[in-house]
Design a binder for this molecule. Sequence first.
Ligand code: KIV
Ligand code: ZN
Length: 385
Amino acid sequence: MQNIHIFDTTLRDGEQSPGVNLNQLEKLEIARQLERFGVNVMEAGFPASSQGDFEAVRAIARTVRNVSIAGLARATKSDIDTTWEALKVAEAPRLHLFIATSPIHMTYKLKKSPDQVVQLAVDMVRYAREKFPQVEWSAEDASRSDLDFLAQIIEKVIDAGATVINLPDTVGYATPEEYGRMFRYIKENVPNIHKAVLSAHCHNDLGMAVANSLAAVENGATQIEGTINGIGERAGNAALEELAVAMAIRQDQYPYSTSLNLKEIKRTSDLVRKLTGMAIAPNKAVVGQNAFAHESGIHQDGVLKHPQTYEIIDPAMVGIQSNELVLGKHSGRHAFKDKIEKLGFSLADDKAEEAFKQFKLLTDRKKEVTDEDLFTILTDIQTSV
Ligand code: KIV
Ligand code: ZN
């Protein structure tokens, strides 16, 4: 079975989320948890961006030994040198070198011709390989680049020594069909592509980062980049926990393996939420508070009879103890009975029916009925004559 490498960039692209600023100890704590989660590569930061990030990346490189540690660098010798200084102590250091390849970026941001961009990319990859055993080269804004130009520059950077080729959908613009097509085109039109690992890196501006990443894998990518909880620039990056679970649950569609320990998902997600201060939407897939909660009576009844009626993911698979039947105005007798038994009450049928009526009346006033509310209702009814 094809193994897909997981490249986590929570500590670099994830930290680029507006309002997020992790100190060295916080980065180290997340890095250790990412190691437990089982990622293959972790991008620890952008060492040339600040002294603090340099030190944090170096501390991670010293401490986390079972994961390849990457650092981001622009296409300049000074960025490459700084990144090497931060990473040279790592067990498997990787430089992540990027330069934009789309017409809009080359013209307005870099103010360079396509030929100049090719030359710079080749020179910097060659320079980087004098130090780094692994050089990942990213064509920033690849999904809005000309495919022939992309194929040409990729062939040249592989000749110069790039070991990984990453094709980001930097602005989250691509559709799954387009993004997959780009990978197929590169696989079929770059003669030396077999010498490098192909990698997908997707942003979520149109809500398609996970779908796009999977489309890339179906078309030849063997590395996926993403972040925990999908945090990152603007609308974020592909959420690694969603990718991991999608591949695990839909092996029929995605017959790939990863080294991830899915049971660490909840703990990893909680830690990233806590230390970044970025809240998770309650309805977020896999790790949102409501991802395993059922409110409607019909669903609760189904789940009590067989969890898979309305639950495609076993909560235990991602490190969550159990699902939750939330009692609200849509809940029915079945879930109510289940709940009162769990609270330790055993009521005769007429009393249970009375308690259910009182509970329903309360749901017109309160969105969610808590265990304390139920306790009050049930105790009153149990003691009434
Ligand atoms: O989205 C992007 O293009 C990036 C690059 C720096 C790889 O994060
Ligand atoms: Zn990015």
